[in-house]
Ligand binder design. Sequence first.
Ligand code: AN0
Ligand code: CP
Length: 312
Amino acid sequence: MKHYTSIHDIDHIQTWISEALALKKHPVKHHALGKHKTLGLLFFNSSLRTRLSTQKAALNLGMDPMVMNVSGDAWGIEFGDGTVMDGSTAEHIKEAAAVVSQYCDIIAVRAFPTLTDKERDENEVVLNAFKKYASVPVVNMESATAHPLQGLADALTISEFSKKARPKVVLSWAPHVKALPHAVANSFTQVMQKMDVEFVITNPKGYDLSPEITKNVPVIHDQKEACKNADFVYVKNWSSYDQYGQILETDRSWMITKSLLGQAKFMHCLPVRRNVVVEDAVLDSQNSIVLHQANNRTYAAQLVLKKLLENL
Ligand code: AN0
Ligand code: CP
């Protein structure tokens, strides 16, 4: 594996899960592997979990992490080819990525979508430019269309909590006040397609994810019906994909409640808005496994970094 930018980079999910669980048992066993190796973490957007868990993963492997908030702190980066740079951007990604590659053995990037320019987002302009112009491996810390570190941590969490050979997993849309990306839902959908689970998606009409992501996963527009007998309900808001980046309705009835959830485990990538996405009673109950998911972010990232280091 040269880069880790998508769930497609996982060759065999069950092996990866076993390897990640081994790291969770003995987090500093491979502390010598990353000695004198530097991880650069570049953030174009806010983060709490990704920022800390990826650094923690690097530290567990003996790496030295360097973090930079690119938006605001660095020079504005130009991504266009042949642009006459007489506007707000001060340096081109060609130089920026090449320079960062001289200081870092692995580069991790967070760059959210515009949610206004579908083509730019689907082309993963920022992430792919780093892949093209960096001379070292690139890790996706949530790009325009994917959050594969989250997806891997989620798969790990489901395998830890599953009591059945083939659990029922539901991905449910929930309301939100802001237009949010599709990345988390996309990567979760893709990783569930690799797992031995009964997987369904539920969202209001107009909120279907990209058919290139969902493929033949059943999409049910009745939330109650979809959540019947679920073992895991993974909750996430996303903006419309068809009417790209739009909020079509603010139907609060899709908020996750205790009665909708039943005995199922509640999952969310966090950050979550209480009493908008999900009621307090769910988050504060034993059925919520959101903190376990957040904890597993460290071991998902550690496995990815370990594989990249072994391949340097
Ligand atoms: C981001 C999103 O929905 O993609 C990050 C989630 C990990 N969430 C928000 O912007 C609230
Ligand atoms: N789940 C997640 O990626 O959280 P942050 O945005 O805080 O990193």
